[in-house]
Design a protein around this ligand. Sequence first.
Ligand SMILES: [Zn+2]
Length: 71
Amino acid sequence: MPIYEFKCNDCHKQFETILTSTAKVSEVSCPECHSKNIRKTISASSYRLAGRSSAIPAGALSGCSSKSGFS
Ligand SMILES: [Zn+2]
């Protein structure tokens, strides 16, 4: 299944979502803050986010949020 990587423009969380044939990108929302202000990034591991912070700790990408609320 195709896994797409998104980044939230509000809380800057990066997350991956499996989009099935019935799912639409426009229906994807941020798992952190539920914002739809997200953008799709390339999920290929060879792609690097130029000009963006690449020093995101791995724990920050796996739902290990230190913030409370939102969910
Ligand atoms: Zn967010």
